[in-house]
Design a protein around this ligand. Sequence first.
Ligand SMILES: NC(=O)c1ccc[n+]([C@@H]2O[C@H](COP(=O)([O-])OP(=O)(O)OC[C@H]3O[C@@H](n4cnc5c(N)ncnc54)[C@H](OP(=O)(O)O)[C@@H]3O)[C@@H](O)[C@H]2O)c1
Length: 360
Amino acid sequence: MKTKSFKGMKCRRMGNSGLWVSEIGLGTWKWGDPSYDGSRVGDHQGFDILDRALELGIIHWDTANSYNIASGNSERLLGRYFACRPSSARDQVVLATKITNSAREEHEMEREFSPNERGSSRKYIMQETERCLDRLQTDRIDILYIHSPSIMEDGSWETPLEETYGALNDLISLGMVNYIAVSNRTAKQLEEEIAALAGVATNTSRRIIAVQNWYNLAERNKVTTEGKDRLEGDEKAFLDFVARKNIGLIPFFPLASGLLTGRYRRDSIDTSGRIVTDGDMWKEMFLTDRNFDLIEGLDTIAKRKGCSIAQLAIAWLLSHEVVSSVIAGVTKLEQLEDNAKASSVELMESDMREIDELTV
Ligand SMILES: NC(=O)c1ccc[n+]([C@@H]2O[C@H](COP(=O)([O-])OP(=O)(O)OC[C@H]3O[C@@H](n4cnc5c(N)ncnc54)[C@H](OP(=O)(O)O)[C@@H]3O)[C@@H](O)[C@H]2O)c1
């Protein structure tokens, strides 16, 4: 695989586009305004993490219009950061955001949103992208994701795909967006969308360059987004499909919300971590006997390799060529520094076999 190095960080191409992204990226779902939206990172801490990310060559930053609790505050934080740093900071960063949901202003939390304030129609896509640019204080989004597929009860697309992809194609022509990507997609949905874009694109180089799906060591089948609880598809078939289409895979929840760091074990649980603080749903999902056993097994492998469990989990994702970048969410500087080192952890075939035995 071709890689480039930036400040010692390896970069990969996103799918077969010309866009280089750092193997270690940065997720900002839990970023925003802690006094208002319950986020875990505000300006002070966030700016330190972003400065350090640039020093470490971590140049792929991921947000969404709806982070955090649909407030747009993660985008606003990034916007304030770019506004007070030299323009070279913005130029270096590959800035990704997502739309489909409504982003609410503080005074609007109780307002009922119209069907045109979410989804994938031309009206929504055009108006919301402008609002993303305002919040991010930038004149261009590098990667614009359609966050979730808008599907009707009968399984059909809510908006004709030609309309959605016509609008996205126009955003590129208008210079507001550089690349298009999607998230939470099945292979069938992706196939239909690739065809729709090919039908409307004014330039054949306009492609879907990435798919961002749920994928980590603890929950491997989720990547297919198929069936009940996203657990019914075939992991390998999905990865092969994405590779065949020359699309980059960006795993979300790469650390299973922090489970894959060793902070939650059978006999010691970090009660300050978000799996505990974010409510019962997350505890029930992650704090299970199966996962405690998994962490013990991964701990043994990580100790032998001389790395942290988080680094092992990220290195495993990066061992798949189809994965372009791992955007672990970070809420502390030490976490960023720990994750950054995963780019140099090499997994042997024997390590992969041992991990398979624990996780398949
Ligand atoms: N496309 C989508 O639908 C979608 C959905 C979800 C997320 N995302 C994107 O994917 C990104 C990553 O997902 P995520 O942030 O939800 O989950 P994640 O990356 O699986 O887990 C992040 C959490 O793990 C903990 N952590 C990270 N590095 C650590 C380290 N080295 N040591 C110890 N703990 C560490 C932190 O927990 P504490 O905060 O508890 O310290 C952090 O909040 C998001 O930020 C967002 O950009 C996309």
